[in-house]
Design a protein around this ligand. Sequence first.
Ligand code: ZN
Ligand code: ZN
Length: 176
Amino acid sequence: MDGTGTLMMNRFNTKKNSKYEFKKDAAMKRGEYEEIVSADEKICILKWKDNKVNSWMEYRQDCRANKMKTKDILDLLAFRLSVSEYLLAGSPRAAGDNREPEFAEMPSSSRYRPKPLPSVDKQRDGYNHWPVMDTLKEPRVCRAIKCTSRTRCRCSKCDVYLFLTKDRNCFYDFHN
Ligand SMILES: [Zn+2]
Ligand SMILES: [Zn+2]
């Protein structure tokens, strides 16, 4: 739900500004409500005469915001039953049910951001650059120029990944 607010009837229910007119208060029974939706379905206005309808109104707006089909939206009686079931039995949803799936399913490797390269002075100082093999689920892209190989070998001083096998030594190329 994007938001709810309370309108003063005199801001809305003037014939000049709106095509629709709600029933007069005196004509409404307690618990009765009237609902209108704007043509683009972005705004839903409900007039009610009993605060108990309030949470139902919010539920209906949630449903609309989530683009639920009208037949899937509970009617007022069913909603009242589900609210009392909820109050008696606690939340029917399992814990963690409403976590954002985008975050829950994001693989950890896609969150990795390569570290910036060290300064050229540091990179070529020829002192204390040691290859270390990291325990990684996925190897990372080698940082040697124009290299796209993936490796688990990292320079301990520069803190960047550099391909290193007996056939190709990006670790050496990077530091010289
Ligand atoms: Zn290094
Ligand atoms: Zn490489």
